[in-house]
Design a protein around this ligand. Structure first.
Ligand code: SF4
Length: 271
């Protein structure tokens, strides 16, 4: 009799909860899972070099599979549900369905971490409507640095990203609009103009960050969470900004954006 083929368990579409420096215990939802997929390929990405660099939106994981994974969660330990995972969550066309279930069934706040490359599209913005916070990546005011730092899929420009964020605000998005800014030496000197760009958008929050983890040479699934075990692949140390530089940038951002809540990884999670 022939041996039956081995049956491998499907990886879960949820992970954590993991302590987040921004919002307590965060349960991660991964709408992509199978490999890293993003419309950016940031030089600091915790997933390593993105395997599928694309702006193509489609269904990656059936909603039913994600809901089955959510059913197994111990919700008493979850403060916030964060959509991030193995790439850009707005590439997944079922993000709205999953947000609706999290809100209706478990009544937890939802935060979407997005690179905002698809927010120029009205249908994508509508899918985020029920999120409590949409945190848009905005690292630089310079197109040239944007192309070298975020390394977007072909055709994506900084102007299009900023237009998309402005459109979400102009639509009257009812949740909180946050900007997430990752600083390394390459974009440090643009802080003043980034602060002005942010002020012209008018976010509710600005999150200042610097890469706290080395860059993995290869993708592995656990890199989507704040894992503490040693990585199973080689890693490269990244250049980060100093504490003094971080404080200076925080002051610059606060001065230009007095109405925004500014959170810095150096202040909230200094270690
Ligand atoms: S947008 Fe996020 S997931 Fe995509 S490459 Fe940049 S850091 Fe990685």
């Amino acid at each position: 009799m022939a041996d039956s083929p081995p049956v491998y368990p499907m990886p879960s579409t949820v992970y954590g909860p993991v302590p987040s420096w921004r919002f307590g215990n965060s349960l991660g939802v991964d709408l992509i899972v199978e490999t890293s997929t993003c419309s950016f390929n940031c030089i600091y990405c915790q997933l390593g070099h993105i395997q599928r660099i694309t702006a193509e939106q489609r269904l990656y994981v059936p909603t039913a599979r994600i809901l089955a994974d959510l059913e197994k969660v111990d919700w008493s330990k979850v403060d916030v549900v964060t959509f991030s995972g193995s790439g850009e969550p707005t590439l997944a066309t079922n993000i709205d369905e999953v947000i609706a279930v999290v809100k209706d069934s478990w009544r937890k706040p939802v935060m979407v971490l997005t690179n905002a490359t698809l927010l120029h599209d009205a249908a994508t913005r509508r899918r985020l409507w029920r999120a409590d916070t949409v945190a848009c990546k905005l690292d630089t005011p310079d197109e040239d640095i944007f192309q070298r730092y975020n390394r977007p899929a072909e055709g994506i420009t900084l102007e299009r990203v900023v237009e998309g964020i402005r459109a979400l605000k102009a639509d009257g998005f009812p949740g909180r609009l946050a900007l997430q800014c990752m600083f390394m030496p390459i974009n440090r000197d643009g802080a003043e103009r980034l602060a002005e760009l942010a002020a012209s958008i008018g976010p509710d929050e600005i999150h200042l960050n610097t890469p706290r983890r080395p860059y993995p040479r290869e993708w592995y699934r656990e890199s989507r969470g704040n894992h503490t075990e040693a990585a199973p692949v080689q890693e490269v140390q990244l250049k980060v900004i100093t504490l003094e530089e971080a404080r200076e940038i925080e002051e610059i951002i606060k001065r230009a954006n007095p109405d925004a809540r500014v959170l810095s990884v150096y202040t909230e999670a200094p270690h």
